[in-house]
Design a protein around this ligand. Structure first.
Ligand code: WT7
Length: 664
């Protein structure tokens, strides 16, 4: 890939030579604090050890777990890219996350400090968690859930969500957690694809100071074709809202779970037994069900959580602000922290309810020592002002993490300075739903950090940057991020679609995993992530595919055609901007745009609602019929148009631009 020409990286960002150069001109450096380095869980030696014997290194990490049958083989890569890790080992994930800590005398340690948005709180010790998870596991068995059956989970951020996931893991029923902000249609598609038999939900959760209903979306989803195999809906009472009730199908959690015995004997499952399916947006077609399995996943999640955050479970209070509906929540709220016996905070609501200092109040209240959040949240806090965190005592913090998108150097510096008192290391962690766990990140006691860079693959991880022809680029050059060796928490396939797994990740570069991200190596060989190379938009930390939004628009009777782009937006990273061609006769009145926005929100969820919709007469297309989103992005970002020579009709762009109201 040549960097002397402008390269479109699909983040809505056209990364020019100039902006790349700007990024790499970042020269601020931060050495690890001496006390942290002196007592760090992981030291520089780990890189050497893992390099000398990668599989030996992972076999050693697997010993963090308690196995019912120790694995004799580390990796079976005889049928690439279908990996088997620790294949003859057997273990139970819930036992590893809960019971063994109680057996080790840590039953009284708090596992979860729950903070509800309205201010209600609840702390669960490991002993209490063991009883709750056992009851929930017994309840699922009573509902007829058998090992291997899929369970959909559509919940707010409350302890029962974690309990439900662990209960599924305990009985070997893979869960499919669907983010509570998704619509009934999105939920239905995921229930159908995973062929779920039970749905666990709540009446609602608290969001921005109000109860926000969930159960009606489940009821609606279950009227859709393909969801008829769902036998039961298990409903947690959280908000006390009125709910419709399907007799025989719907069951209250407090009626069923609370009367169960609080003991349950965990069964050991094969290391490659499916643990969960989690859907991620793709550029084409339906969402991909990313499949993760048991032994390798838990090994890497436990290792990375302990290494990257320097977790000391006896003294740290850890808080990851993600939603459990995303992979960050799966790996770094549920499985990693609990496998490591950590004490963590679980917060239900938004950062600015009831005031913009809520997060910092929580840090102060629980003495949070490790905070893991996303750049979009950091930017929101920056916007609200330095004086807000300054009102709280944040001196307990000792490690700060970032995940989800490239973090702008200025946001990184703000985070370190205003949240971390210019003292705490910031670890920028690169990974994906597909990788299961953190892959590229500084280590807080080892790495001299650079604002804006994820820097180095973790010990045991092999990553590099290649050009179009799969050649590794030299330092100082950019290209595509690839992973060159299998890793324990890698996805095993796309649920029900091995071919799509091969096509999506393993066909672009022979024998290498293509992550879909642009990246650059600086002069030290450190990695800087540059965003998605395909057409996935990033809106407030959520990946949304352009195709999904286009499909939603086109499903409206008044829309003939739609093209969607992500336009750079200072608040949400990207804002969804849609160009639509109306069907003959459809009037282009003020109400229409609102109607279309509401339609997308209903189909895909409020997060996918376009910020702008522009009715146009034509769309710019190449001769092969591909919409040139690059040009639309130029329009949406009020830039001079790039090359229009490959268009069938170059006057189209003039037409579109003439329609444009003043720059938004
Ligand atoms: C995509 C994966 C990993 C959990 C949250 C997102 C982007 C993620 C970083 C980072 C630059 C990042 C990439 C990646 N991304 N972390 N530290 N620096 N980009 O999971 O929804 O599967 O999205 O998020 O583009 O491919 P996901």
């Amino acid at each position: 890939m040549a960097w002397d020409t402008t390269v479109t990286l699909g983040m809505g960002d056209v990364v020019s030579n100039e902006s790349l150069a700007n990024l790499l001109r970042e020269e601020r450096r931060f050495a690890p604090p001496a006390d942290l380095a002196a007592n760090a869980n992981v030291t520089a030696e780990a890189y050497e050890r893992a390099k000398a014997d990668r599989l030996g290194f992972w076999a050693e990490q697997a010993r963090r777990l308690t196995w019912a049958a120790e694995p004799s083989e580390t990796l079976d890569w005889s049928n690439p890219p279908f990996a088997k890790w620790f294949a003859d080992g057997k273990l139970n994930v819930a036992y590893n996350c809960v019971d063994r800590h109680v057996e080790n005398g840590l039953g009284d340690r708090v596992a979860i400090h729950f903070e509800g948005e309205p201010g209600d709180t609840r702390s669960l010790t490991y002993a209490e968690l063991q009883r709750e998870v056992s009851r929930a596991a017994n309840a699922l068995v009573e509902l007829g859930v058998r090992t291997g059956d899929r369970v959909a989970i559509y919940m707010p951020m409350i302890p029962e969500t974690v309990i439900a996931m662990l209960a599924c893991a305990r009985i070997g029923a893979p869960h499919s957690v669907v983010f509570g902000g998704f619509s009934a249609d999105a939920l239905a598609t995921r229930i159908e694809d995973a062929d779920a038999r039970v749905v666990i939900t709540a009446d609602g959760g608290y969001r921005r100071g109000k109860p926000s209903a969930l159960k009606p979306a489940v009821d609606e989803a279950l009227t859709r074709p393909g969801t008829d195999k769902v036998r039961h809906v298990l409903v947690v009472r959280r908000t006390g809202q009125e709910v419709a009730w399907a007799e025989g199908r719907d069951v209250w959690w407090h009626e069923l779970v609370d009367r169960q015995p609080d003991q349950h004997t965990p069964e050991a499952f094969d290391a490659e037994h499916p643990l969960f399916i989690l859907y991620t947006s793709g550029t084409t077609g339906k969402p991909k069900g990313i499949l993760h399995t048991t032994g390798g996943y838990l090994t890497q999640i436990a290792y990375t959580h302990q290494a990257v955050f320097d977790l000391k479970p006896e003294s740290d209070v850890y808080w990851c602000t993600a939603d459990v509906g995303w992979v960050t929540g799966h790996s770094y709220i549920v499985y990693g922290p609990l496998a490591n016996g950590a004490t963590e905070v679980l917060y239900e609501g938004t950062p600015d309810t009831p005031h913009q200092g809520r997060w910092w109040e929580i840090v102060q209240k629980y003495g949070v020592t490790i905070l893991y959040t996303a750049p979009t949240a950091i930017r929101a806090c920056m916007k609200w002002g330095d004086d807000i965190p300054a009102k709280f005592d944040l001196s307990s913090l000792r490690v700060l993490g970032s995940v989800g998108e490239p973090i702008n150097p200025e946001a990184w510096i703000w985070y370190r300075k205003h949240i971390g008192a210019d003292r705490t290391p910031v670890v920028d962690t690169w990974w994906q739903t597909e990788t299961g766990g953190i892959m590229i990140s500084p280590l807080p006691g080892v790495t001299e950090t650079k604002p804006g860079s994820a820097q180095v693959p973790l010990p045991g991880i092999s990553a590099t940057v290649v050009d179009d022809d799969a050649n590794e680029v030299p330092n100082g050059s950019g290209g595509y991020l690839v992973l060159t060796e299998p890793w324990p928490s890698m996805l095993r396939t796309i649920w029900g679609d091995d071919q799509r797994y091969l096509d999506t990740y393993w066909s672009r570069f022979e024998g290498r995993y293509f992550a879909g991200d642009g990246a650059k190596k600086d002069d030290d060989g450190d990695i800087w992530l540059l965003g998605r190379v395909d057409d996935v938009m990033l809106v407030s930390g959520h990946n949304i595919s352009t195709t999904e939004v286009e499909s939603a628009l086109v499903s409206h009777p008044k829309v003939a055609e739609a093209a969607v782009v992500g336009a750079t937006d200072p608040q949400t990273t990207q804002a969804i901007c849609a160009f639509v061609i109306l069907r003959g006769g459809a009037a282009e009145d003020d109400g229409l745009v609102e109607e279309l926005r509401a339609h997308v929100a209903k189909q895909l969820g409020p997060i996918a609602k376009p910020k702008r919709i522009l009715p146009v007469a034509e769309l710019p297309k190449t001769r092969s019929g591909k919409i040139m989103r690059r040009l639309l992005r130029d329009v949406a970002e009020n830039r001079a148009l790039g090359d229009v020579t490959t268009l069938t009709d170059s006057s189209v762009m003039e037409l579109i631009q003439s329609k444009l109201p003043t720059a938004a």
